[in-house]
Ligand binder design. Structure first.
Ligand code: ADP
Length: 277
């Protein structure tokens, strides 16, 4: 049997360990906060000179003397834009880590936004050899106007449809938007981005939404990217009270599906063209 003395000393050492753990935990949290802050600062500092490069590139594009110069200057522009996109991802990721990503609430023309994302991304197909049909589809009851964060909804769609294009060579990329549930102050939407691309191996699916995960992480990998796109996408979806998941097979392609909880908008639907007259 243990004496009271022994018990007391065990209790003391337990308390001491718990205090040590508490300190270690606080230190870990602080170091995590410093890391996020550091990433945010660096990203911010890098953006300024990149924007200067981009600005002067645009000026130079107007005074080109020959075709070779055009190729060089266009490459500088594309590379600068890629760097800005990477920096943007790192900045968003550090904001999310630090719990500092806040959403805007404004009028969003949802149908126009989806169409616009398709328009812009389809421009990138003009200069590629890919043969892909891009098909946005809305169920009839999807309202034109909603209240939400247009920039972030666009970012979610850009990431998913951009990935779909990146990993599809032939076939189609469909986006289906459906209104699932409607109350006086909530609109629940379901989105599906369906591609006919290379698919994702089953054993990689569970790491897909974790930071820096790329299915092909060899140094010789074919596709660029930071491995942050889907992490940011998932966080944005969750901030809009939604969920995201994927099913995929290497024969038919991938389907990313997600829900978003948005709010109704006061703005009336646009009057169809023919009623204008
Ligand atoms: P990245 O910016 O590096 O592409 P993401 O987080 O957007 O990072 O995607 C992570 C990885 O998931 C990609 O590198 C790719 O391997 C895989 N992936 C994402 N979307 C698709 C898709 N539609 N088809 C096939 N693989 C995909």
């Amino acid at each position: 049997e243990q004496s009271t003395e022994d018990l007391r000393s065990n209790l003391d050492s337990l308390e001491e360990k718990s205090a040590q753990l508490h300190i270690a935990n606080k230190e870990a949290m602080e170091s995590n906060r410093l890391k996020s802050q550091f990433l945010a600062n660096i990203s911010h500092e890098v953006r300024t000179p990149l924007n200067a490069i981009l600005g002067y590139t645009k000026i130079l594009q107007k005074n080109l003397v020959d075709d070779q110069q055009k190729i060089y200057i266009d490459t500088i522009e594309q590379s600068t834009n890629s760097l800005l996109a990477i920096i943007g991802d790192i900045l968003d990721f550090s904001k999310i880590e630090a719990g500092k990503l806040s959403l805007d609430h404004g009028d969003v023309n949802l149908r126009e936004l989806v169409d616009d994302v398709y328009q812009i991304l389809s421009a990138s197909l003009l200069t590629s050899e890919k043969q892909i049909d891009l098909v946005p589809e809305f169920s009839e009851d999807v309202p034109q106007w909603v209240t939400g964060d247009a920039v972030r909804i666009r970012q979610i769609l850009n990431n998913l449809i951009g990935n779909a294009i990146k990993f599809t060579h032939k076939g189609s990329i469909r986006t289906k938007v459906t209104l699932v549930k409607q109350t006086s102050d909530q609109l629940l939407f379901s989105f599906k981005v369906i591609d006919t691309g290379i698919g994702i191996p089953e054993n990689k699916l569970n790491r897909l939404f974790k930071p820096f995960s790329q299915v092909d992480n060899s140094t010789t990998r074919q596709f660029g990217g930071t491995g942050l796109g889907l992490v940011i996408t998932k966080k944005l979806v969750e901030q809009m009270d939604g969920n995201i998941d994927v099913y995929s097979d290497q024969k038919s392609g991938s389907t990313f599906y997600f829900t978003l909880n948005l709010q109704p908008s006061e703005k009336p639907a646009q009057i169809p063209e023919k009623l204008h007259k």
